[in-house]
Write a protein that binds this ligand. Structure first.
Ligand SMILES: C[S@@+](CC[C@H](N)C(=O)[O-])C[C@H]1O[C@@H](n2cnc3c(N)ncnc32)[C@H](O)[C@@H]1O
Length: 218
């Protein structure tokens, strides 16, 4: 997979043979699944306030968005947790791999797939309970030429996600902003548009360190 400054370059890292390499990487699968489990715990983090966990047997329309679902490693874990999942990805090369694996996934009939851009999701207002995004959200600004453009895209996307979520909606994002300034820009885009939240850096001094945004709708 071609790397740029040590991180994947969008979209080249996910097209054609690179999407195959991505999907067949055992390291990637393990990493994405482990991170998704952690994000599913962060959804109910007490620092965001107490929130009762859903009873999936009673609440049959409890939907979670998997933003930038790639080839479905994160999606598979969310299905196993009991969520109804809407997996969204902008690249057919990646999304098509989820379709081929879907039949082997637990609760496969609880999965909808959308070939769409996180910035323009064709979904009804107040139709989604929560959203997660693993290793994808930093790409939403990849076309922006200036910091001003990036900020505008991040703000518009946060506003849009706010509308999609039901009351008590939460978003957990694991991503790799380029630097602290970009992390601050993404965090503010949510805090300025209807969310309370904060970031968590795990093992910040290690190469494998991860950054998470924990957000709840005000
Ligand atoms: C690291 S990969 C996928 C990770 C995924 N969580 C998994 O388990 O495979 C990042 C994905 O984000 C997608 N992506 C990037 N920008 C996007 C956007 N604006 N809208 C939707 N998906 C996007 C890419 O196509 C790519 O499949």
């Amino acid at each position: 997979m071609p790397k740029h400054d040590g991180t994947p370059k969008f979209p080249d890292s996910y097209l054609g043979n690179n999407s195959l390499d991505y999907d067949s990487s055992i390291w990637m699968e393990r990493n994405q699944k482990k991170t998704t489990l952690l994000c599913s715990q962060y959804l109910y983090d007490e620092k965001l306030d107490e929130l009762e966990k859903p009873n999936f047997l009673k609440d049959e329309s409890f939907f979670i968005l998997d933003l930038g679902c790639g080839t479905g490693f994160s999606t598979e874990i969310l299905l196993e947790c009991g969520f109804r999942v809407v997996g969204v990805d902008i690249l057919h090369d990646m999304l098509s791999k989820v379709k081929t694996k879907k039949d082997h996934m637990k609760n496969q009939n609880h999965l909808e797939l959308l070939l769409a851009d996180i910035n323009y999701l064709p979904l009804r207002s107040s139709s989604i309970n929560h959203a997660i995004s693993i290793s994808a959200y930093n790409f939403i600004t990849h076309r922006a030429k200036s910091i001003r453009d990036k900020t505008k895209i991040a703000n518009n996307t946060a506003k849009y996600l706010y509308k999609l979520l039901k009351p008590d909606g939460r978003i957990i994002i694991e991503f790799y902003p380029k630097n602290d300034h970009e992390l601050e820009m993404f965090t503010s885009s949510f805090n300025n548009n209807g969310f309370n939240g904060f970031f968590v850096k795990q093992n910040p001094n290690q190469k494998s360190g991860q950054t998470f945004l924990l957000l709840k709708k005000r």
